[in-house]
Design a protein around this ligand. Structure first.
Ligand code: T5A
Length: 207
């Protein structure tokens, strides 16, 4: 049996990292073997690309280079980590995946969606998440939480309007693909957020 592929999405500071371990524990309580990973990243080369992508103290990265680096990291991640795990029956829980490219590069940077779509098919073939949990909160809520955590990375220095476009793109995708993308109100306290996650994961396990 192939493992299932679950991704976690949302804007800056909405709580993806905080909640991923909770989802892992819910799945493990049901006897499922789970691997946690993240994008960009997940392999040594992809993590090196992540460093370059998040580092604000370097030459300006063109939009095209940024998009290609995201997919270069993803190609490594899929071949060396995600597909082998799914093949073994391990479930993959990924902090961001290609929806982030549509939201940040497609929405935030207004890059050509057809180019993103072509790269998605080229790099992933048929691979898509089986379930995506979209943590959604007003931009300022997430930015305040991210700021409390300390130093801001290259993306977190973007203007509010950029993140408004990211959020709107995520919500539009959720509306277009309601069977896969489930929206969670992440402005609520952690207890509420995790109660909703519990409900969605339980439902997914019984479908
Ligand atoms: N990117 C990524 C692209 O542009 N294109 C792509 O294709 C991909 C894959 C990656 C960056 O790369 C971009 C997007 C990103 O800018 P990242 O580290 O994955 O960076 O993403 P970030 O959003 O920067 O991750 P963060 O760690 O900032 O946000 P999280 O993980 O969503 O938030 P988390 O869990 O660290 O929580 C932030 C703070 O809020 C508190 C937590 O305790 C923490 O202090 N918190 C709450 N407080 C109150 N109530 C709640 N419900 C809370 N939930 C969390």
């Amino acid at each position: 049996m192939l493992g299932k592929f679950i991704s976690l999405e949302g804007g800056e500071g909405v709580g993806k990292t905080t909640n991923i371990a909770y989802i892992q524990s819910l799945l493990e309580e049901n006897g499922i073997s789970v691997m946690l990973t993240r994008e960009p990243g997940g392999t040594p080369l992809a993590e090196a690309l992540r460093q370059l992508l998040l580092d604000k103290n370097q030459e300006e990265i063109t939009e095209q280079a940024e998009l290609l680096m995201m997919f270069a990291a993803r190609a490594q991640h899929i071949k060396h980590v995600i597909k082998p795990a799914l093949k073994q029956g391990t479930w993959v829980l990924c902090d961001r995946f290609t929806d982030a490219t549509y939201a940040y590069q497609g929405g935030g940077r207004a890059m050509d969606i057809l180019a993103i779509n072509w790269l998605e098919n080229f790099v992933q073939g048929e691979l898509r998440p089986d379930l995506t949990l979209l943590l959604d909160a007003p931009v300022q809520v997430g930015m305040n939480r991210a700021a409390q955590r300390g130093k801001l990375d290259r993306f977190e220095l973007e203007k509010i309007t950029f993140f408004e476009k990211v959020r709107a793109t995520y919500l539009a995708m959720a509306e277009q693909q309601p069977a896969r993308i489930k929206v969670i109100d992440a402005a609520q306290n952690l207890e509420h957020v995790q109660a909703k996650i519990y409900q969605l994961i339980t439902q997914f396990l019984h479908d």
